[in-house]
Design a protein around this ligand. Sequence first.
Ligand code: NAP
Length: 254
Amino acid sequence: MPVTAYDLTGRTAFVTGAASGIGRASALLLAEAGATVHCADLDTAGLHETAGQIKDGGGTAHIHPLDVTDRSDLRQAVTSCTRLNVLAAIAGIMHNSPVLETRDEDLDRVMSVNFKGVLYACQEAARLMIARGSRGSIVTMASGAVDTGGPGLLCYGAAKAAVVQLTKTLATEVGRYGIRVNAVAPGWIRTPMTERPDDEAQARYEAVMARMSPLGRVGDPEDIAHTVLYLASDASSFTTGQIVRPNGGVAMPW
Ligand code: NAP
């Protein structure tokens, strides 16, 4: 028997980054749980693939090719939902450069996509939820990098730390409308973002990451999608302002 607290039948979700990796896995799982899913991303072909998979599974999907750094496109896409119950703000980019070699334009680009893109989505979604009187759940995507730092992770980690601050602050401001806001901080997950240049390098890196986990493996996008579903659904009805860490128990050694 399905557990009804996870049932999203009749609800509408907006997912950014839905063309790939964690965003796609989350869009598919939210749809499987019954939600109508609005999928947004830069990658139009990837969006069609995600929406096709949702429809093949009997679900309902709409696509919105857009750049999350464009506030007006994002507003148009979010407000096209007649009502909204769930936002999963997942789109993001990786950037790696040592602090001493980091340029202003690196920092600006990463903050723009990984922080402002999440901020704009949260603002538009929360405004719509409040205007329509819908209780809602907002899920943001942080990273284990906010706990550990790490070589080359200045821009990425700073943007993700800002996402954590946004999550906690917004949670305190919209709780009275019945809107919950939580962040997911995954460990190392096998997606296009973490692809290495060749199979050998990939296998070597994954072996290192797997050894760091008490579970002895790296994560898959579906591991994170299940956390997104938990936070999106009534299963987490008394959870807000929290950072959930599906990371295989890894504590980074640096
Ligand atoms: P991914 O497979 O590369 O997916 C990211 C998606 O976001 C891509 O489809 C990408 O499109 C899209 N995107 C990038 N910039 C965008 C923009 N400006 N507007 C709209 N869409 C944009 O990466 P992922 O690993 O699933 O990452 C998803 C999220 O999880 C990110 O926020 C990432 O920081 C976070 N995360 C990942 C890991 C991990 O180990 N994989 C760990 C912790 C946190 P393009 O491909 O066209 O750029």
